[in-house]
Write a protein that binds this ligand. Structure first.
Ligand SMILES: O=P(O)(O)O[C@H]1O[C@H](CO)[C@@H](O)[C@H]1O
Ligand SMILES: O=c1cc[nH]c(=O)[nH]1
Length: 235
């Protein structure tokens, strides 16, 4: 057991998928994993372990935002020995060529969070994806003809913003999309010497105000989840 997870030692796999929404964890376990069992219900943050193509994989909800991701990520790595962590999230698209349901691989993360400044004594730090996971996910996406984009994303501590100025500045510099957990994930992975990648499905297009409903969202994750699972089981 850890502070926020009730799994016993050995109940969580070294390969873990990380959706923000705990119900997405349940959905992935039910739709994609064999012999899945729920190892965590603490705070309703569901976590499951099962088998995918004969390999043990876990899927753990992380909640929203860097602080919540930091808690679950730290415990998964430190208390349970997670080695490959792949976020399966949603994001808001910030470039016009991106459409709802497109898939983004977050190569690098820009942020308005001061999480890394605190760690690095006021200096900038660039959280980046693990290259071996990134290239594998990209090749899988290409082989399945998924509309995939690779690049810089915007990690934010705000969902509802006082001003759109910062968002527009990131758009101007080609940043693909906004989400709320990848700074914490990539920075933790670097700290502990494990592998991490964020794969995101476009759930809303900020330039047109189009967005998926909750019901539509669930069905839109198949491509992202298949890419994530096949990436994480690869050695
Ligand atoms: O769909 P998830 O993985 O939660 O990701 C995105 O959705 C949430 C905001 O609605 C934030 O957590 C953001 O990062
Ligand atoms: O974090 C997020 C996710 C989707 N859309 C946003 O505007 N922000």
């Amino acid at each position: 057991m850890s502070r926020h997870l009730s799994a016993k030692k050995g109940e969580i796999a070294e390969r873990v998928l990380l959706p923000g929404d705990p119900l997405r964890a349940k959905f992935v376990a039910e739709q994609f994993l064999d012999k899945a069992y729920c190892y965590n219900e603490v705070r309703g943050m569901y976590g499951y372990t099962g088998m995918y193509k004969g390999v043990q994989v876990s899927v753990q909800g992380t909640g929203m935002g860097n602080p919540s991701m930091s808690i679950y990520g730290t415990e998964l790595i430190n208390d349970y020995g997670a080695k490959k962590l792949v976020r399966i999230g949603t994001c808001g698209a910030m470039q016009k060529e991106l459409n709802i349901r497109d898939v983004i691989l977050a190569q690098a993360v820009s942020s308005d969070s001061n999480l890394t400044e605190k760690i690095f004594h006021g200096c900038n730090y660039s959280p980046v994806a693990d290259f071996s996971l990134l290239i594998k996910a990209y090749q899988l996406a290409q082989s399945k003809n998924v509309n995939v984009f690779v690049g810089n994303i915007y990690n934010s501590d705000e969902f509802y913003r006082e001003t759109l100025d910062r968002l527009h500045k990131f758009m101007e510099f080609g940043v693909l999309a906004v989400e709320m957990e990848s700074t914490a994930l990539y920075t933790l992975a670097a700290k502990y010497g494990v592998k991490a990648l964020s794969i995101l499905t476009v759930g809303s297009q900020l330039l047109t105000n189009e967005s998926l409903t909750h019901e539509e969202s669930e069905k839109s994750f198949y491509e992202m989840v298949e890419i994530a699972l096949n990436t994480v089981i690869d050695d």
